[in-house]
Structures are given as structure tokens and as C-alpha cells.
Design a protein around this ligand. Structure first.
Ligand code: TZP
Ligand code: MG
Length: 219
């Protein structure tokens, strides 16, 4: 069942763009994260110095090739044209991006569609237009997304998991190894992180540590 496949892929969901790579080589971070055991990768190319045009296309193709090597779904944030151009595995959109129902129409039924949500009403709407999973957050304060909305905590994860038991849920925002356990226990199928891996001194080690914790709780 697609649901189960999606839930499994959400386990350790790494989100990154070149602006999140600091002084390290962004592609090396993606590869390290894959070696460390991430289960999904989202290219989220946002913020100052974000790549555009051919540079973005080239970087996306390199990330996609790596993800294919590790058999990890490759999702594009908020850029349906790019996702279609390279035949990505899915698209993720927020509430302020292109409308999810229009995205679903453009990408067709096979590609995964993820939608960022902040309350039951948004989850209901996402479900009705055929979203494959919802992102919930920011769970904790984060400095990675400057326009992040109010912190929702693990309470929202519990609420959504109870109200929508079949909907795959990934939590995002300020998540670290220390808080991963409480998020999974609240009912999330996985955690999405940027800085916990991208800003780690050793991204492979960080991913592997998170992966072990998540899988010990999900088994
Ligand atoms: N959406 C909500 S919070 C966030 C996004 C993309 C950023 C999460 O980054 P970090 O570094 O894991 O807090
Ligand atoms: Mg967005």
C-alpha cells in the first residue's frame, strides 16, 4: 500500500539546499546523509545565494543521481517545473506556495505530494486533494526558516495522529537527536531535519545516530 511505503520513507527525512551547507560542499553533505541512513531527501533551495536556472538544474540532477544510488525518494520543494523537468519522485509545498490541488493536477497521480500544515483544517484539506503526507511544524523554534509560523509542539502531532490515523505525518522544525524520541512517541512517522544533519560536524554520523534512534522506536 502506498500509505505504508510513504510512512516508511518519512522515517528520517533530510531537507537541504545549498544555502544550508555552510562551508561544506553541499553534495558531500547529501552523500554523507545518504550513507548515514536518511530515508527521504528534499531539495529545498531557498534563501540568500540560492541557486537558480541551470545551476539549480545541475545541482538537482546530481542530488537525484545520488538518491537513486541509495534508493531514497527525491522530493523537490515548491518548484513543480523543476520536479517535472527532472522527473523527481515528488513535490512538497507549503501553505503560501502553489495550491496543492493545482500541484496534484500538474504532477499527476504517481508522484508524491507533501503539504506543510499547521492545524487539523489544513490537514483535512490536504487529505481531500490527495496529499500523500503532511508536514507538521515548526515543532520547536528554528533559525533555519526565517518566515516559520508559530511553534506547535508535539501536542499538534498527537492531535493530528489521532484525528487522521492513516495520514503519514512528518514533523519538522528545530528537531535534534534529543527530541526525536518524543516526536515519534507522539505519533509522527518520522522527523524532517535540516541543521541536525547539514550543520553537524560529521553529517554521516549525525544521520546515522538519528536513524538508529528512529528505527529503534518505530520497530
Ligand atoms: N519548515 C518548518 S521549520 C523548517 C521548515 C523548512 C526548518 C527546519 O530546519 P531545522 O534546521 O531542522 O530546524
Ligand atoms: Mg514553502
Amino acid at each position: 500500500m502506498r500509505n505504508m511505503e510513504v510512512k516508511k520513507a518519512l522515517g528520517l527525512y533530510f531537507v537541504m539546499g545549498t544555502p544550508n551547507s555552510g562551508s561544506q560542499d553541499p553534495l558531500a553533505i547529501v552523500e554523507a546523509a545518504l550513507r548515514g541512513g536518511i530515508t527521504c531527501f528534499q531539495l529545498r533551495e531557498k534563501g540568500s545565494n540560492a541557486l537558480e536556472g541551470d545551476a539549480l538544474l545541475g545541482f538537482a540532477k546530481k542530488c537525484q543521481a545520488l538518491c537513486r544510488l541509495y534508493r531514497v525518494p527525491f522530493i523537490i520543494n515548491d518548484d513543480v517545473d523543476l520536479a517535472l523537468a527532472i522527473n523527481a519522485d515528488g513535490v512538497h509545498v507549503g501553505q503560501d506556495d502553489e495550491q496543492a490541488d493545482s500541484v496534484r493536477q500538474r504532477i499527476g497521480p504517481d508522484k508524491w505530494l507533501g503539504v506543510s500544515t499547521h492545524n487539523a483544517q489544513e490537514v483535512q484539506l490536504a487529505q481531500s486533494i490527495g496529499a500523500d503526507y503532511v508536514g507538521l511544524g515548526p515543532i520547536y523554534p528554528t533559525s533555519t526558516k526565517l518566515d516559520a509560523s508559530a511553534v506547535v509542539g508535539t501536542t499538534l502531532v498527537k492531535e493530528i495522529h489521532t484525528a487522521f490515523p492513516d495520514m503519514p505525518i512528518v514533523a519538522i522544525g528545530g528537531i535534534t537527536l534529543a527530541t526525536t524520541g518524543s516526536i515519534i512517541q507522539a505519533g509522527a512517522d518520522g522527523v524532517a531535519v535540516v541543521s541536525a544533519i547539514a550543520s553537524a560536524k560529521d553529517p554521516q554520523y549525525a544521520a546515522s545516530d538519528l536513524s538508529k534512534t528512529i528505527h529503534s522506536l518505530l520497530e
